[in-house]
Design a binder for this molecule. Structure first.
Ligand code: F6P
Length: 342
């Protein structure tokens, strides 16, 4: 069987380890052959294909990004899009099945195409760790480590100047990166989209840390909004994809903290640094295992299924069951972290 792999949506560390795991298990054990589609669904609809052999995936597990490239192309749009065109492309190039590595949008497109008769399996990917069907997604551990390292640095400069430091991290809908990096760095406040924290509460935590002689560290997820503030993203408009432009909440709350508490405050947005560079060992192992398992379920003909992590085991979950369920930070996890605020 000849399989086409694609990586789609925002990148994250570990994508190359998935590709390597799938190609090694597939070619060496499962008798499969592989090609890669360039730039996600764009390569599928335009039949932009590269060979993937044992030779050209050598050493890529430790590389960040994706050797295949990625995009946010919708496979149903454009004159070459849609299941019939894609099926024709696959037949022309002798490709029997697709392994789609991506997040909610990618997997939703994969489900629609599978419903239309294409043979597709999925590998879940999101640096935000917000897919309910899997306990952890690769890339998350690396992002948390990068954010923690950055906060350790913010703390030393904050302490030198007796300043409050605000660190904005990724997390459009959920606060997993903020929660984990904030706990690891010993933050005095963690602000996440799931919790409607007031400006007053935030300033109380900052003041209490400052009064104990600490340089307060506030970690805020990009999708957070204080309950007493207008939508901080509204004035930023939409990006090229029609999504609300995110980012900037750190810079909005820093002057508020400064004006209310009188403590000099600086904001830093970590942004895409969190998605760059080499994956952690944990992410390499998880991603490799997912890639190997995805090769296996293709061998089983488990179309419309994706591989996922449950506890320490790799399991299979149907697209229909996996989609549309956001994994938010549960209240008890936030309460546990909040015991250490202030
Ligand atoms: O979903 C992952 C994520 O990194 C979000 O945390 C962030 O809001 C978004 O992607 C950024 O997307 P882009 O790379 O398209 O700017």
């Amino acid at each position: 069987m000849r399989i086409g792999i694609l990586t789609s949506g925002g990148d994250c560390p570990g994508l190359n380890a998935v590709i390597r795991g799938a190609v090694l298990k597939g070619t060496e054990i499962n008798g499969q052959e592989f090609v890669g589609f360039r730039d996600g669904w764009r390569g599928v609809v335009n039949a932009d294909i590269m060979e993937l052999t044992r030779h050209n995936i050598r050493g890529i597990a430790k590389q960040g990004g994706t050797i295949l490239g990625t995009s946010r192309t919708n496979p149903f749009e454009g004159e070459n899009g849609g299941p019939e065109n894609i099926a024709a492309n696959m037949e022309r190039h002798g490709i029997d099945a697709i392994m789609a590595i991506g997040g909610e949008g990618t997997l939703a497109a994969a489900k629609r195409l599978t419903d239309a008769g294409l043979k597709i399996v999925g590998v879940p990917k999101t640096v935000d760790n917000d897919l309910d069907a899997t306990d952890y997604t690769f890339g998350f551990d690396t992002a948390v480590q990068i954010a923690t390292d950055a906060m350790d640095r913010l703390r030393t400069t904050g302490e030198s100047h007796s300043r409050c430091m605000v660190a904005e991290v990724m997390g459009r809908h959920v606060g997993w990166i903020a929660l984990h990096s904030g706990m690891a760095a010993g933050a005095h406040a963690i602000l996440i989209p799931e919790q409607k924290t007031s400006v007053e509460q935030m300033c109380e935590w900052v003041q209490s840390a400052y009064d104990r002689g600490r340089a307060p560290l506030v970690v805020v997820a990009e999708g957070f909004m204080p309950d007493s503030m207008d939508d901080p993203h509204s004035e930023r408009g939409l990006d090229a994809f029609g999504r609300p432009r995110l980012g900037g909440i750190g810079e909005r709350i820093a002057p508020l903290i400064e004006s209310i508490t009188g403590i000099e405050t600086r904001a830093t947005t970590l942004g895409h640094i969190q998605r760059g560079g080499v994956p952690s060992a944990y992410d390499r192992v998880l991603a490799t295992r997912l890639g190997m398992a995805a090769s296996d379920i293709i061998g089983d003909g488990a179309w419309g299924q994706m591989v996922a992590l449950k506890g320490t085991e790799i399991v299979t979950v149907g697209f229909a069951e996996a989609l549309g369920k956001l994994k938010t930070v549960p209240q008890h996890r936030y309460d546990e972290a909040a015991l250490l605020f202030g």
